[in-house]
Design a protein around this ligand. Structure first.
Ligand SMILES: N[C@@H]1[C@@H](O)[C@H](O)[C@@H](COP(=O)(O)O)O[C@@H]1O
Length: 253
């Protein structure tokens, strides 16, 4: 696992976007694993800029997203499908038929999980998977629990996640209580993984992820067992490590 510290959010987003642009340029038919949340928005902006200015070509790219809320349609502005269209897909020359997000309106969510796991597998593996991290260490919507979930599954969101997400909804009642998420096993199959975190609020969980025990109670900690993981943080998200491990030397890339 490599930990890469940037001065600020913009610098971090630029570094990650460069890696994605290189991936797409070197392998135009790449399978990108994509994430939502506020953290990757600046990275997607940079990628759109690279599409416009550096002519990064998304024409053959395929994408799979980590998760989706149950009960929200792709038209709902809080759905992750809407997020992806709005922040990336609408602004580049990607073929939307090659972009996949779990169907939050599936009549049978369990069957949708099996279907989605098959879609990811049929693409021949994710070349590079982007992740954010929840304050409790969740990745995708894999919440802290007793065992790492292997495959795409239905998740009951924790109270802390529901509260953290409430800021995006008109009222608490509107916040979905369930989601479909790739499993930890699905995520760990990606060839390369990049996790981004910024801001002081993420500092304790970044410390736990990098230095705490590997446990399903901190789902992101499993990433330490993946052979090719880069964690990108800004100074604020790094601050707990700086305090507790003053001799640790992060990379700067
Ligand atoms: N399912 C998403 C995660 O994929 C994301 O990493 C997390 C953090 O969001 P933010 O980046 O807004 O802090 O939020 C949601 O729970």
């Amino acid at each position: 696992m490599k930990l890469i510290k940037s001065k600020n959010y913009q610098e971090m987003c630029a570094k990650v976007a460069r890696i994605f642009a290189a991936q797409i340029t070197l392998k135009p038919e790449s399978v990108l694993g994509l994430a939502t949340g506020s953290t990757p928005i600046g990275m997607y902006e940079e990628l759109v800029r690279k599409y416009n200015e550096d002519r990064v070509d998304f024409g053959k790219v395929r994408t799979v997203n980590l998760d989706e809320y149950i009960g929200l349609s792709g038209d709902n502005d809080q759905s992750y499908r809407y997020f992806m269209n709005h922040n990336l897909f609408d602004h580049v020359d990607i073929d939307k038929a090659k972009t996949f997000v779990p169907n939050g309106l599936a009549a049978d969510p369990e069957a949708e999980c099996v279907n989605y796991e098959n879609i990811v597998a049929s693409m021949g593996g994710v070349d590079i998977q982007l992740l954010g991290i929840g304050n409790n260490g969740h990745i995708g919507f894999n919440e802290p629990c007793d065992e790492f979930p292997e495959c795409t599954h239905v998740v009951d969101l924790t109270e802390s996640t529901i509260q953290a997400n409430a800021r995006f909804f008109a009222s608490m009642d509107d916040v979905p209580k369930q989601a479909i998420s790739m499993g930890i096993g699905t995520i760990m199959k990606a060839k390369k993984i990049i996790l981004m975190a910024n801001g002081k609020g993420k500092a304790p969980i970044i410390y736990d992820t990098v230095f705490g025990p590997v446990t399903p109670q901190v789902p992101a900690s499993i990433l330490r067992f993946h052979p090719d993981v880069m964690i990108f943080v800004d100074e604020e998200a790094y601050s707990e490590i700086a305090k507790k491990c003053p001799d640790f030397e992060p990379e700067t890339l």
